[in-house]
Write a protein that binds this ligand. Sequence first.
Ligand code: HEC
Length: 226
Amino acid sequence: MPTGNISPTTARPARGIVLLAGVLAATLLFTAGCRRDMYDQPKYDAYDPSTFFKDGSSSRQQIDGTVARGDLEADSLYYTGKIDGKDADVFPFAVDRELLELGRERYLIYCSPCHGRAGDGRGMVVRRGFSPPPTFHSEYLYKKPVGHLYNVITHGYGAMYSYAARVPVRHRWAITAYIRAMQYSRQASPDDLTPDEQKFLASPPPAGQTPSNSDEHRASSAEAAK
Ligand code: HEC
């Protein structure tokens, strides 16, 4: 307790504060037993029962003939990957390099942990014990239409879960295109190239240049030159 020259006028409000604090502490102790945690909020979850509406549900039904904003999905091929109920074998838009780059990026993020960077089904998760997916480089998957690949991403397949919540529609098509490109990379024939490209391929490499001119190769030849 402070002692000494405290005058009665300053001491009185101090007593008031102590009293107030006491009342506050008592109130807190009393109310602590009936506190509400944030995760338990006084609100209705979807389709909780309620006496407020006549039909006994807290949620309202969608009004006939209306569509929620952003839910129109008028382009059926784009959203379902199907034409007349069957997996489509065409893309809903033109595939260009930009789409393939996006597909590669998304594939490496979402699919390669299991399917492997080359699509051979030997991703890191699989090497650690997850059930192995099939390789993309099989007759079976070469022949499957692109709509099938799109739908595997959208709905999942057997042990593989759906990626609909994580991969938006356009990105699913981009990944599909990239898988097709990976598959194609192992089936291409020289006949697919233009005559100019074929001539370039057939010509010997310029003198003094080996076929591999990767950074690694250059680094090792620099090492050897020392
Ligand atoms: C967690 C591991 C895992 C990830 C990540 C994963 N998959 Fe799969 N995937 C599987 C497994 C396992 C199967 C085999 C499922 C089965 O046959 O039961 C499979 C099967 C497939 C198939 C073959 C379907 C068929 O017709 O046989 C395709 C195509 C495919 N996945 C695409 C993808 C794409 C594209 C992604 C990325 C968006 C992806 N997967 C991400 C595990 C995974």
